[in-house]
Design a protein around this ligand. Structure first.
Ligand SMILES: Cc1cc2nc3c(=O)[nH]c(=O)nc-3n(C[C@H](O)[C@H](O)[C@H](O)COP(=O)(O)OP(=O)(O)OC[C@H]3O[C@@H](n4cnc5c(N)ncnc54)[C@H](O)[C@@H]3O)c2cc1C
Length: 618
């Protein structure tokens, strides 16, 4: 062996197994409720819209709402992003929910449930059908009403929890302090992003399932926690995080300083938002964007400035939201930190003192830490400051000594991550109140988890979640011509002047059928895999040559850095010759599942197969 060969860097490889195939469907893997996004996107591309709806709705009781405002972790992990931009998965969900979801069945909410229940042949219904079957076999549907469950808070977490408990046969009661349920969906997220009739339609489905919602009922005021503990067999605390955090700087008590979620709540309820003319919003997340865009609609000014301490790249919002805000007239100032709020002799805000930041080394979150630049202070004149840097939970109705519950360092009730159970048997946490502020879809996932835990607690029976997988042979797999070159289809939006002038105008208009099919056809369909039968391969290298993305390579086994387990596998196939063999290796990130390799292969070594997985309760 010469020096060149000795120094050659060997490749690490992974031999596919089930966990590997599951990971390939990165959109489904990333979704907290494991929605088979690939499945409904593909169904839309094929024109099977009702199937698409059922797949989207199966694991997600708030699918219609999510079709409008989900932050779409599925899109963040979509592999299409490596080529151009992720598939517009959220907008495609909206496309099917608009046709078959709660909003399409407003007069008959039960139809939504029925449509999901009746289908047992598609992925969509598996979750719900399994829950129902389990409830029936446990006799719970008949025994409904025997066990009383209270859910404190009617936000996405409480609603999702109530939905699944109702499917189990219980009749949970939600206590909600506002005059309408839905939490931040209703009091935080503005109607121009999430029309209120969508929320109502989706909540009507829950009511139809037997969920009781007691509005205008603040726990700790209209009903005491102690009373709930005495009257109910299990409690889920899902009170969210409804108090804006303070900036912790001098002058914060000035007249004209508002909490972000408090301001948005006033806008949502039609109250006077109390804005001045020169508005600055401090923060960089969706609350900051919603505050700035609402200020343009509800305030006197046509210029609103968002002040963010990091850069655009670190903002945890979508590009679409930033573009929409820009179009409407929101101005962004990056790398600035507030030092103090300046006020006049009567206590009114007259400006905000800022300091310029520069980017330092990465912090624990992996984002580059903003560092203040000494001597860069300046005062920006303004008469309104909106704080949008996060929220805290208010659980004053809990008395740790009396109730036996413990609070952690973040001011949240301590609970087990796996079960959401607290120290007190029968009391569970869910949503933002359990883990701090996250996304609607995280709240839905945790509400569903809390429902399972309550079920187990009250019945003594386990809910076993098993991953069901299927491998479907796709011998004649073909793709739309040129699918890999289609750019992301822009989402049509209302004219910016019209939407700012009228706050009830919905900004995003959604795809029509032509656009939806075009966008859906961009999906790489990552559930499809190339299966290689080594016994048929003649090492002609044709698959390597024909691959448009160069994702295949024919290599000698000696080029690979194999683990002991992998060497044993090679021995199993090749016996003593194992170190003289060859292997086809594949770069999954580059593969676009076009099937050209399979079509070209003269010996039928490569076949295409679709792997699907779903989680079933039993
Ligand atoms: C302005 C804003 C915009 C957002 N935009 C998005 C977005 O676009 N996409 C996304 O995925 N996520 C978004 N989020 C995050 C998302 O809204 C939350 O993560 C989610 O609502 C949390 O759900 P939850 O049920 O835990 O809490 P909440 O939604 O806060 O619901 C809690 C409920 O409990 C009630 N409650 C509180 N205390 C009591 C009490 N003592 N008695 C009775 N009821 C009580 C509240 O009134 C509320 O209805 C946004 C958040 C904000 C603030």
């Amino acid at each position: 062996m010469n020096n060149k060969q000795k120094n050659k860097i060997k490749l690490n490889v992974e031999i596919p197994d089930i966990a590997y195939w599951k990971r390939q469907i990165s959109c489904q893997h990333a979704c907290p409720v494991h929605t088979d996004a690939r499945g409904y996107v593909r169904a839309i591309a094929d024109g099977n819209y009702d199937t698409g709806y059922r797949i989207a709705r199966g694991p997600n009781p708030l699918a219609s709402i999510c079709g409008r405002i989900c932050q779409a972790p599925c899109e963040d992990s979509c592999r299409r992003a490596a080529i151009d931009s992720p598939v517009s998965i959220r907008a495609l969900k909206r496309f099917v929910t608009e046709r078959f979801g709660a909003e399409a069945n407003k007069k008959n909410p039960a139809a939504v449930i029925e449509s999901v229940r009746m289908i047992s042949s598609s992925n969509a219904s598996k979750d719900e059908v399994a829950i129902l079957r389990k409830a029936q076999s446990d006799g719970l549907l008949i025994a409904a009403g025997d066990k009383r469950i209270a859910i404190i808070g009617g936000g996405p977490a409480g609603l999702a929890c109530a939905h699944d408990l109702a499917l189990f046969g219980f009749k949970p009661v939600i206590f909600e302090m506002e005059h309408r349920p839905a939490g931040m969906l209703y009091t935080g997220i503005p109607a121009f992003r999430l029309p209120r009739d969508i929320i109502e339609a989706e909540i009507n489905v829950l009511v139809d399932l037997g969920v009781e919602i007691q509005c205008n009922t603040t726990v700790g005021e209209h009903i005491l926690f102690d009373q709930i503990k005495n009257e109910f067999d299990a409690i889920v605390i899902a009170v969210g995080a409804k108090n804006s955090k303070g900036l912790g700087i001098p002058g914060e008590d000035a007249i004209g300083v508002h909490g972000g979620v408090e301001f948005l709540r006033r806008c949502s309820l039609g109250h006077d938002p109390g804005l001045g003319e020169h508005i600055v919003v401090v923060g960089g997340g969706f609350t900051a964007l919603d505050c700035s865009r609402s200020s343009l609609r509800f305030g006197a000014s046509d210029v609103v400035t968002v002040l963010y301490r990091r850069t655009r790249d670190e903002m945890p919002v979508t590009q679409q939201e930033i573009d929409e805000a820009h179009e409407e007239g929101v101005d962004f100032q990056y790398l600035v930190a507030p030092l103090s709020i300046e006020k006049d002799t009567e206590g009114h805000v007259v400006g905000i003192k800022l300091q310029q930041n520069r980017l330092g080394p990465p912090d624990a979150s992996g984002r580059r830490r903003p560092e203040p630049i000494p001597g860069s202070e300046f005062v920006q004149p303004c008469d309104t400051v909106i704080r949008a840097i996060g929220q805290d939970s208010d659980m004053a109705f809990i008395n740790p000594a009396r109730d036996g519950l413990a609070f952690n360092d973040w001011g949240l009730v301590d609970c087990d991550e796996e079960t959401l159970s607290t120290k007190v048997p029968g009391i569970y946490m869910a949503g933002d109140a359990a883990y701090g502020t996250q996304l609607v879809i995280d709240a839905v996932a945790s509400g569903k988890l809390a429902a399972q835990s309550v079920y187990q607690y009250l019945t003594g029976k386990q809910v076993l979640i098993t991953t069901r997988q299927s491998h479907i042979d796709l011998s004649d797999h073909t793709r739309e011509i040129g699918f890999e070159k289609i750019p992301r289809t822009a989402l049509p939006v209302a004219d910016s002047k019209i939407r700012v002038a009228d706050h009830s105008v919905t900004v995003e208009l959604g795809y029509d059928e032509v656009l939806a099919k075009k966008e859906a056809s961009r999906c790489f369909d990552c559930g499809i895999n190339t299966i290689f039968d080594g016994t048929k391969c003649i090492l002609c290298s044709g698959c390597v040559d024909v691959c448009p993305t160069n994702c295949l390579k024919l290599v000698s086994l000696t080029d690979l850095n194999l683990t002991d387990e992998q060497i044993n596998k090679a021995k199993e196939c090749l016996g003593d010759q194992h170190d003289h063999g060859s292997a086809i290796i594949k770069d999954e990130e580059a593969c676009i599942r076009c099937a050209l390799c399979s079509k070209w292969c003269p010996t039928g070594t490569i076949t295409m197969e679709r792997m699907e997985f779903s989680e079933e309760w039993s």
